[in-house]
Design a protein around this ligand. Sequence first.
Ligand code: BGC
Length: 663
Amino acid sequence: MTAKELTVEEKLRLICGKDMWHTEDFGGKLPFVSMSDGPVGVRKVVSMREDGWQVAAPSIAYPSIQTLANTWSEDCAREMGESLASDCLDADVDILLAPGMNVKRHPMNGRNFEYFSEDPYLAGTLARSYVASLQEGGVGACIKHFCANNLEYNRLHQSSEVDERSLRELYYKPFEIASQAKPVSLMCSYNRVNGVYASEYKKGFDVLRNEFGFDGAIISDWGAVRDRTAAAKAGLDLEMPFTQATYDRLVEDYKKGLLSDETLDRCAQRVLDLVARCKEMRKDKTPKKTKEERLQAARRIAAEGIVLLKNDGTLPLQRGTSVSVCGCYAVPTEGMVSGGGSARVTWSGKTWNLPELLSERLGTKAKYEAAFMPRDIESFSQDPARAVENAAACEVNVVCVGTGDSIEYESGDRASLELPEVQVRAILETASENPNTVVVLFAGSAVDVSAWEHAVSAIVYAGFPGEQGGAALADILTGVVNPSGKLSETFPMSEEDVPSVNAYRDAQVSLYEEGLNVGYRYFVTHGVPTKYPFGYGLSYSSFVYHNLVVTEEKDGLTISYELENASERCGKEISQIYVRPIAPRVYRPAWELKGYAKTELKANEKKKVSAKLVLSDFAYYSVAENRWKADDGLYEIYVGASSEDIRLTQKVRIKDGKLLAEI
Ligand code: BGC
């Protein structure tokens, strides 16, 4: 069907959505699509409570996107996309409003748990796999939120003032990479970008369509449209949800001749195409995975995304060890181990009971005491003394702490990177009675661990691991699974060290004065120490890196090296490839991620890893010339176990625009 076959009134209606979650169908005249959040499970709203709370049908809660990113595994991203597609087919959802992929500029952003990384390459490549598998499974993706929506603080009005180079190299980049998977739609953000509301951000929409090959529909964030006519002219195809006021104004504008038929037809056609594409995508599709297989996938992703931050040998726990567990996060409600807002899923299953899961695996009865609840900040609502007694009476003490949806949620940012005072006290007071204290941290973003890290023997960062997270965690704590996650964002020493420290200075304007100095780009370039760097994570195995060899190919360089598992246990290592320009002509971060691999190695096994680098991996965005440029000169290839643990290096050269292995 083409837009020409519709009346003007129908077209005006069509580009404004039907209701909260559907496109217009004119009482059955047109096919329509239904949309649901996204991104960590399907949040299909089935009714509305009197207080405005949207009641969602239960669905599998997968690990949050940040935990998925800590897997550094495109296989995991694919598995999650594929599983979600099956969930959507079951729930009759055509478009999943996911994934969120904004670059993490500041660890305090309340929605960081919904986003992948501070690095655009890691975010983009994982998002691309997620989108591709979701759509192969028959369900459309809606990549979000475009653009520069990096804080929730005054998100409806705040203007992100960002320079062009940072937009290109950081904030657009994940959208550019994910566009390769041909997502059927993209959602604009609420904020303004350099003064222009994201729903009217023509400059960015043109880049998406003309340069990144994005060919889907551009949809508004829910309620993000201020002026439907201006948004249509800028290239926003579909406003969601239907809003009478903006629709009435659109009709008036059309009558006054402010909206051309050409613009109206273009938007209407894109909505028709979106629906047709989704119907085609869904044709003959049935869920590829059974419910049980999806739960297994959720468990595997959690197991690969949990990060071991510190271990002096207390972990893994040996069978027969007596264990005390404290902290309400060990026996959580859903909200304690999820972020809040539109990404909040009503779990299909129950939450876990870590003391019970540990008891089963260890063959001893773990003691448990809640000690504190999430809303306890300065004083305990429970009895911490019993947790201290238990800790003193057992060989190992496990303290479960974290944030959850009362601290990390959509529409607000965290007030601090530190844990609530009572949680810190519970760690310190139990640890003073038991030197073998293991902290398990449930949080959607980096936490300042400096007040207690020195006092404990192990730290496990569980993220928000979804409904199978308890089982995955128990497997890791007891060594059934060897930890293999690494951080997709830096844990800074403290809040003051974050380069976008001035982001909160002004409610109206967020000045991106740190430019390219986001996350590890800042820390490695300026030699600022971090608590746990980007790309860091321990294993129960240790890995040795050997023999970096760079060979020249017609279209770039092949990088190969060997990984050796120097342990008696099977494990997985995430190796990372960074490019360092030596003496660049323009300012550049010291080194930047351009490749990564997750490799499984049996005990004592050696494996070769290979990757390809092409000229664009060496490029920066030249504002003077309005294009990407890879200048002639010397560069160094870094292969590392984290952004700060570089194991192998090799110099290469660009000469006359060609990559050379010999310098
Ligand atoms: C959020 C989006 C979400 C939409 C629909 C908005 O408030 O920013 O991410 O998809 O609501 O629930």
